[in-house]
Design a protein around this ligand. Structure first.
Ligand SMILES: Nc1ncnc2c1ncn2[C@@H]1O[C@H](COP(=O)(O)OP(=O)(O)OP(=O)(O)O)[C@@H](O)[C@H]1O
Ligand SMILES: [Mg+2]
Length: 473
């Protein structure tokens, strides 16, 4: 973090200092990591004691201090530890983040939201911007009221670019995050069906995402997906300038002639007002085209040259794990581990890649449950099942009873007669059974996609199967 004295932390958070005798809060400086997990504490750091559902962070203050934290942000003081005592640690943490941004005047803050692709896009943008200057981007998928301030507090005085992933499970969530990290640039990728259960409707999801562009100042920039009607419509909700990105003819940053190679990687012609060029992405999946266009728009706005952005896009490789992670086994089996998360839109994106990668090869889709889809859940699972069949996937393995509707949807979509036989549909109760089945049946040349919502079982199954299987022929 930027260096702040304990007194300054107290002032920023509206708290009061409670420190052991002999500690001067004006000279005690916090300049190390700001953490909510005491195991991640380090020298010079600040430990934020959150009270969660399962644990009370106040129980771990001592552990944080042992690892080098010099102070704690708490609702009740800890014996012998310099503390800032506040009424609500969440609100105080948000205020601290806000203060950090305020104290680095030249910092360019970029907020990214959307139903799918936030992490993929922030990884790509983080990589591209890092080539131009010191950049802070979230670890993993840190996009909540905790993940955002954790990210913001990693800013140091020399940071030029701050990339913030902004997630929402309800109205007002993104507005809250924009108050902690007021963005100069806001990117809205798409409005899909993720978290439909909490939101109730697509309109509500659009409203939630639009809070990002409504938070922009007139000298800011909204980067909007021209190919998504609900996102495009947000242009009228912001006073900031708007750049449209997509494949639509009127997009300011546009991809034309998109093709996928046999590895599922996209190439396209990039059109911008500053130039035109072929781009070959190193990331797997057509959906990265839209993500890459958003990255181009942001990077050009921040002063990077067209050529440096193009080069950085091409050299970018996956950063966060389990997102279209491709492993080529020595025995000729290709595994695509996209099991970090799933919703109907990202399922379709992954199946598109599988279809392309599987040309002339046997394809497998090992799919689990999509969570948080509310009353539409069964119908949306069934649609994905039908999509699996429509894409000509050879083997569908549905994992877990909660995904049964996906198998049913696939069976219902199978042609009742004719050559080819369509997709072979099987259901297994868990990842272990899926492993047994795959171990017994995978043969050289097969392509296997793993996808599910936050299912550690499927992710790790993909990881286990990635170990070489020499015995296969
Ligand atoms: N633009 C996109 N459209 C559809 N699917 C996408 C897009 N970008 C990435 N995906 C796929 O969506 C899934 C989630 O990607 P990612 O983790 O980047 O999204 P996220 O928005 O950060 O999700 P979360 O809400 O879990 O943080 C992955 O399977 C990824 O391959
Ligand atoms: Mg994410």
């Amino acid at each position: 973090m930027i260096a702040l004295s304990l007194t300054e932390v107290a002032r920023a958070t509206g708290g009061s200092v409670v420190a052991p005798p002999g500690v001067d809060p004006d000279t005690l400086v916090v300049d190390g990591p700001v953490v909510t997990d005491s195991r991640e504490a380090g020298p010079g750091g600040l430990y934020v004691a959150r009270v969660g559902e399962h644990a009370d962070g106040h129980d771990f203050v001592a552990g944080a201090v042992e690892r080098g934290a010099v102070a704690a942000l708490v609702t009740r003081p800890a014996e012998g530890v310099p503390c800032v005592v506040v009424a609500d640690t969440q609100e105080a943490f948000a205020a601290l983040a806000r203060e950090v941004v305020r104290r680095v005047p030249g910092l360019a803050v970029v907020g990214i939201t959307g139903s799918s692709g936030k992490t993929s896009t922030k990884d790509l943008l983080g990589t591209v911007l890092a080539a131009a200057g010191p950049t802070v981007a979230p670890v993993g998928s840190y996009n909540s009221e905790v993940g955002v301030p954790l990210t913001v507090c990693r800013v140091t005085p020399d940071t030029r670019f701050l990339v913030v992933e902004m997630g929402a499970r309800g109205i007002g969530h993104i507005a809250y995050l924009t108050r902690m990290a007021p963005p100069r640039i806001g990117v809205v990728l798409n409005v899909g069906t993720a978290h439909m259960g909490e939101f109730g409707s697509r309109e509500a999801i659009a409203t939630a995402k639009s809070e990002l562009v409504m938070a922009l100042q007139p000298d800011g920039l909204a980067v909007l997906n021209a190919d998504d009607r609900a996102v495009r419509a947000m242009a009228s909700l912001t006073t900031a300038r708007v750049v449209l990105v997509g494949e639509a003819d009127d997009a300011d940053v546009r991809a034309g002639d998109v093709v996928l190679d046999a590895g599922g990687r996209a190439s396209f012609t990039l059109h911008t007002s500053g130039g035109m060029s072929e781009v070959h992405l190193g990331l797997v999946g057509r959906h990265h085209v839209g993500n890459a266009l958003a990255v181009v728009a942001v990077a050009l706005e921040l002063g990077l040259s067209f050529e440096s952005v193009r080069a950085a896009l091409e050299s970018a490789r996956p950063v966060s794990r389990w997102r279209m992670e491709v492993v080529e086994r020595p025995d000729g089996v290709t595994l695509v581990n996209d099991a970090y998360n799933a919703n109907p839109d990202s399922m379709r994106a992954a199946l598109t890649a599988l279809e392309r990668m599987g040309e002339g090869r046997r394809t497998w889709a090992v799919l689990g449950t999509m969570l948080e889809l509310g009353v539409e859940s069964d119908a949306l699972h069934a649609e994905v099942g039908a999509e699996v069949v429509a894409r000509g996937v050879d083997e569908l393995v549905v994992v877990g009873p909660a995904a049964a509707a996906l198998a049913a949807g696939a069976r219902a979509a199978l042609p009742s007669s004719g050559p080819g036989g369509g997709t072979h549909v099987r259901e297994v109760p868990d990842a272990e059974r899926a492993e047994t089945l795959l171990d017994a049946e995978l043969t050289a040349g097969d392509v296997v996609l793993f996808k599910s919502s936050r299912d550690a079982g499927l992710r790790l199954l993909g990881d286990r199967l990635a170990a070489p299987r020499e015995e296969l022929t």
